[in-house]
Design a protein around this ligand. Structure first.
Ligand code: PMT
Length: 403
């Protein structure tokens, strides 16, 4: 997402300034070209040298440092930026920006920039809650500036409350969101992820090897592209993305109920979950004790959630299913595409290294209703998610009569 993006970071004078070194390092690692501008106060907390080393670029500290060919520093920097970040944003810089004051390089950059601008406030809780600061924040939000809310916790001044700089992952996710084209804005996307667990007794269950990575990657990508995302997830170890509404379920029946609750109002449904086809007929209310050398557990069929969605699919709704296969992939994929009334079927041969369960990558073939089969190379699940969303968005646009 950040490859080749030009990001300017304005650092102002708060103790959280030291945390910006890690932020800059993450941005550079993600491929961004990072320029840093610092206020005089910021330089009391951390030195420009740190950022010169991390970015490989000179650090800008002086509004009147017009020593490079043919440009006025603040105008040149502001124009060559895709995103201006103000981290940490003190009450002072927020107040200046809200009132049009431009008396140093960072505040002048804010006035001169036409790109998106994102403030990450960090300050003492009383300063943050001060009505003047809150009015200034509201004013800036009304003008279209972005804010990443500070977190609550123990502050450097010893007080506990809201005012800590937001977590790095939250800041990075907000940056991704701002820089991502919002082609799914206004759409509701329902995604399922992970395995289901079908209990046998209070201590045992039947499940499968799904980690949830594929479904979570789709949910995250759709949210970054502006969709309202409901993620119905079986048990996983993944932290839910900030931007999605998560519904945690355990069994196939719970997943069925949660999915059907949201399906009619969804524009796009993507079922990446690995749902157990069968569940034990009886759940013992006590631990089943070891007895004979062998035992048989009677199973009954779970509802086919995707099949039910296909039956009740609305005219403009797009339905995408997955198929995890170990053999005869094409045969099974085609039959699932047709029998479940899908618009796209994403098939993965889970026997291939780097594909299917638990890996960070996947190798998928995409089956279209006109008979087209696209074979994608091995890619990160995040990239697979983008490829699926690109195609689903195209079908949605056609169905809605949009270009
Ligand atoms: O979670 P990861 O570790 O990242 O792994 C990703 C994945 C391998 C789980 C994913 O890429 C994948 O293939 N998901 C579908 C797995 C699966 O259950 O395939 P299936 O062929 O058994 O089911 C076909 C489709 O019907 C799936 O969309 C499934 O969600 C759906 N289904 C299946 C059974 C059922 N009772 N109800 C369903 O809705």
């Amino acid at each position: 997402m950040l490859e080749g993006k030009r990001i300017t970071l304005g650092i102002t004078g708060g103790i959280a300034a030291y945390k910006t070194a890690e932020l800059v390092s993450s941005l550079v690692k993600a491929g961004a070209d990072v320029q840093v501008a610092m206020t005089t106060s910021a330089q009391k907390f951390i030195t420009p040298l740190t950022f010169e080393v991390l970015t490989g670029n000179p650090v800008h500290t002086d509004l009147f440092q017009n020593d490079f060919s043919g440009g006025v520093l603040h105008i040149d920097l502001a124009q060559k930026t895709d995103l201006l970040l103000i981290v940490p944003a003190t009450a002072n810089i927020i107040g200046k920006a809200a009132n049009g004051i431009a008396d140093d390089l960072v505040s002048t950059l804010i006035m001169a920039a036409t790109c998106p601008i994102m403030f990450c406030p960090a300050m003492n809780v009383a300063m943050y809650n001060n009505p003047i600061c809150q009015i200034n924040i509201s004013k800036l939000k009304d003008c279209g500036y972005h804010f990443v809310e500070p977190a609550s916790g123990r502050l450097a001044c010893g007080v506990t409350g809201k005012g800590r700089l937001a977590e790095l992952t939250t800041i990075l996710q907000s940056i991704d969101q701002i820089l991502t084209p919002q082609d799914l804005a206004g759409l509701k996307v329902l995604v399922t992820a992970g395995p289901t667990r079908e209990p046998l007794d209070p201590v045992r269950y039947l499940t499968n090897r799904s980690s949830g990575k594929m479904g979570y990657a789709i949910a995250n990508a759709a949210a970054l592209r502006g969709a309202k995302v409901i993620l119905v997830s079986g048990p996983t170890h993944i932290t839910p993305p900030d931007l999605v509404d998560i519904v945690q379920v355990e069994t196939a029946i719970e997943m069925h109920d949660a999915v059907l609750k949201h399906s009619d109002s969804s524009d796009l449904i993507i079922k990446a979950a690995a749902v157990a086809d069968y569940r034990p007929v009886e759940i013992s209310d006590h631990k089943i004790k070891k007895q004979a050398d062998s035992m048989t557990v009677p199973l009954q069929k779970n509802p086919d959630i995707l099949g039910n969605l296909g039956t009740r699919k609305q005219e403009k709704q797009v339905l995408v299913g997955f198929a995890a296969e170990t053999h005869d992939l094409e045969l099974y994929a085609k039959s699932k595409l047709i029998n479940k009334n899908l618009d796209l079927l994403i098939a993965n041969d889970v026997t291939l290294p780097g594909a299917g369960f638990d890996s960070n990558t996947n190798i998928v073939r995409i089956f279209w209703t006109d008979g087209t089969i696209e074979a994608l190379p091995k890619m990160e699940k995040g990239q697979v998610a983008e490829e699926i969303l690109d195609r689903a968005a195209k079908i949605l646009r056609t169905r809605r009569g949009e270009s």
